[in-house]
Design a protein around this ligand. Structure first.
Ligand code: ATP
Ligand code: MG
Length: 124
């Protein structure tokens, strides 16, 4: 089986109190997967650890059979909750360009042109 996310012997704590322990699973590639569990059971903590936002006490995670750092450009994560500063001076173009900046080596002008044409297309 080709794998997407792998979690092995994972233990993760907040302030030394484990909220996940000995978690072990492998998910197949190319499937839509739902993570189901009661509030506070550790779903977000597990995903944050897979995304490198939390450091595990023990165990490890991989994506597409590799450590996150090797596949970072192929993975996206939308946080469950995020505080948004609505006064921050960024429009849709700026936000899309942030991602484009991380992923391409094109010049600023060429990136801007591409994003503008995509945004025009999305309005139709
Ligand atoms: N920042 C934090 N500091 C301390 N404890 C936390 C923190 N975030 C989560 N926890 C605790 O860790 C446990 C797992 O929380 P987590 O948010 O991962 O659960 P969840 O399954 O995503 O819940 P929900 O369904 O409500 O989104 C809970 O007991 C929670 O109170
Ligand atoms: Mg959650």
């Amino acid at each position: 089986m080709e794998k997407s996310i792998e979690v092995h012997n994972l233990t993760v704590s907040y302030h030394s109190k484990p909220v996940l322990w000995d978690v072990d699973f492998e998910l197949p590639k190319g499937k839509i997967i739902g993570v189901v569990g009661p509030n506070g059971s550790g779903k977000t903590t597990m995903l944050k650890t897979v995304m490198g936002l939390m450091k595990p006490d023990s165990g490890y995670t991989e994506i597409f059979g590799q450590p996150l750092d090797k596949v970072r450009e192929r993975v996206s994560y939308v946080p469950q909750r995020e505080s948004v500063d609505w006064d921050f001076p960024a429009d849709v173009m700026d936000v899309v360009l942030m991602d484009a900046t991380a992923r391409t080596t094109y010049s600023n002008a060429s990136r801007k042109k591409t994003v503008a044409s995509l945004l025009r297309r999305s309005k139709k």
